[in-house]
Design a protein around this ligand. Structure first.
Ligand code: NDP
Ligand code: 2IT
Length: 448
């Protein structure tokens, strides 16, 4: 009995047998199932419909070879993936990740999470995810371009503005989206909103770049307000220094907090005076450098090797914005011992199940990824809307809509938490609110 519910345990056992060894994927399913116990108890129609058995099985899983020529003219082979997980409420939607750790387990966990996240945004988007084990680090622009072209030469067969709309994730930003979009258009002759996160000169949306980090802070702000609290004067630790981390740092600072630490996969920087984000942007967005270069520009800051050490730093608010399982139980206990009050997830599944349980039982107010980082995909949804009506909204319009969406995600997660679990359990609230909408849509469409 892993889930503590006979029906969910039986389904989970089948998922384990069918996806043996896929630990990230099984972790994501287990986390969702654990919170669905009250739903299964209250809604026999959902159990009878078989929706839960269906929702864990992707509608389609595509794997393909990506062969590209490096700068020495040597053939390189990578593996490409796209999971089209669930289309009950809209076309498949979700990012592409380029990182050596990408494998079917990682793609499936991300695609599974995306179903519920996209549902929470209130926009008509199904769940999908993709990527490759290609490592963009140390590659030239030309190599990245040839890889992206080779990747799209296969992927184009499966995507389209009304079918499946990929976007960025780890290792995929505006540069990669540009190369992917160019190749899609070249092959199909179709100029359409088939990807989001596009450059502003060819159909991109203002504020998409900032959206995940800003959205995370808007979500955190709703959590703070619920406790009659605010960002003002708070000490914040943010892991990662990529797209999500940078704009989480920008917005936290604008809202009155002091961000004292950021990291990359090699180590972390600590700046007691508050991170100077222009320095981080110059290193990361400007020259694709390493976070340790920060101390060359800010000698009063320190750099420490090893990224996990960042959780030893005392803070009021922790925003993990790097990658999955970056906070384990021991890290969670360190944060708790140092008095952390709020943990809000910018990355996908950054906390292990044990870490989440430690936060919840210590009374730390915890914002789960599916809800807290949904601002990125929500703004992708807004980019799709703008592409459909062939108009662009101003930054103020997009930002206002984003803030409104993050508030409604918080309200819905918090309402479902109250109704089905305990008031502050946003993990259960987000999973349940996201799940119910998709389940209703599947049942209405004749899912048996
Ligand atoms: P980026 O590629 O821009 O940045 C990733 C950051 O995380 C880098 O600082 C990177 O360090 C660090 N990182 C990546 N992998 C590891 C690892 N295995 N161990 C330690 N550090 C690591 O990606 P994003 O900022 O876009 O994504 C960060 C997280 O946010 C991911 O979990 C992603 O799924 C999630 N997310 C992203 C959204 C988006 O719109 N971009 C939307 C919602 C969620 P290094 O440079 O050393 O690799
Ligand atoms: O994990 C995510 O939600 C993303 N990487 C963004 C997906 C998107 O389609 O914008």
């Amino acid at each position: 009995m892993e889930i503590n519910n006979a029906y969910l345990d039986e389904v989970y056992a089948r998922v384990c047998a069918r996806n043996a060894g896929e630990k990230e994927f099984l972790q994501a399913v287990k986390e969702v199932f654990t919170t669905l116990i009250p739903v299964v108890e209250k809604r026999p129609d959902i159990v009878e419909s078989g929706v839960i058995e269906q929702i864990v099985e992707p509608e389609r899983f595509i794997q393909f070879r990506v062969a590209w020529l490096d700068d020495n003219g040597k053939m390189q082979i990578n593996r490409g993936f796209r999971v089209q997980y669930n289309s009950a409420i809209g076309p498949y939607k979700g990012g592409l990740r380029l990182h050596p750790s990408v494998c079917s387990s990682v793609i499936k966990f991300l695609g599974f999470e995306q179903i519920f996240k996209n549902s929470l945004t209130g926009l008509p988007m199904g769940g999908g995810k993709g990527g490759s084990d290609f490592d963009p680090k140390g590659k030239s622009d030309a190599e990245v371009m040839r890889f992206c072209q080779a990747f799209m030469t296969e992927l184009f067969k499966y995507i389209g503005p009304n079918e499946d709309v990929p976007a960025g994730d780890i290792g995929v930003g505006a540069r990669e989206i540009g190369y992917l979009f160019g190749q899609y258009k070249r092959i199909t002759g179709d100029f359409s909103g088939v990807l989001t996160g596009k450059g502003l000169t060819y159909g991109g949306s203002l504020v998409r770049k900032q959206a995940t980090g800003y959205g995370l802070c808007y979500f955190t702000n709703n959590m703070l307000k619920a406790k009659n609290d605010s960002f003002k004067g708070k000490t914040v630790v943010i892991s990662g220094s990529g797209n999500v981390a940078i704009y989480a740092c920008e917005k936290s600072t604008q809202l009155g907090a002091k961000v004292v630490a950021m990291s990359d996969s090699n180590g972390y920087i600590y700046d007691a005076d508050g991170i100077k984000l222009d320095v981080v942007k110059a290193i990361k967005e400007g020259r694709r450098g390493r976070i340790k270069e920060y101390i060359d520009a800010v000698p009063t800051a320190t750099y420490t090797d090893g990224c996990r050490g960042i959780w030893n730093i005392k803070c009021d608010i922790a925003l993990p914005c790097a990658t999955q399982n970056e906070i384990d139980e021991a890290d969670a206990k360190k944060l708790i011992a140092n008095g952390v009050k709020y943990v809000c997830e910018g990355a996908n599944m950054p906390s292990t199940i044990e870490a989440i349980n430690a936060f919840l039982s210590a009374g730390v107010y915890f914002g789960p990824a599916k809800a807290a980082n949904a601002g990125g995909v929500a703004t992708s949804g807004l980019e799709m809307s703008q592409n459909s009506i062939r108009l662009s909204w101003t930054a103020e319009e997009v930002d206002q809509k984003l803030e409104g969406i993050m508030k409604s995600i918080y309200d819905n997660a918090s309402k479902a938490a109250k109704e089905y679990a305990t008031e502050d359990n946003l993990v259960a609230g987000a999973n349940i609110a996201g799940f119910l909408k998709v389940a209703e849509a599947m049942m209405a469409q004749g899912a048996l």
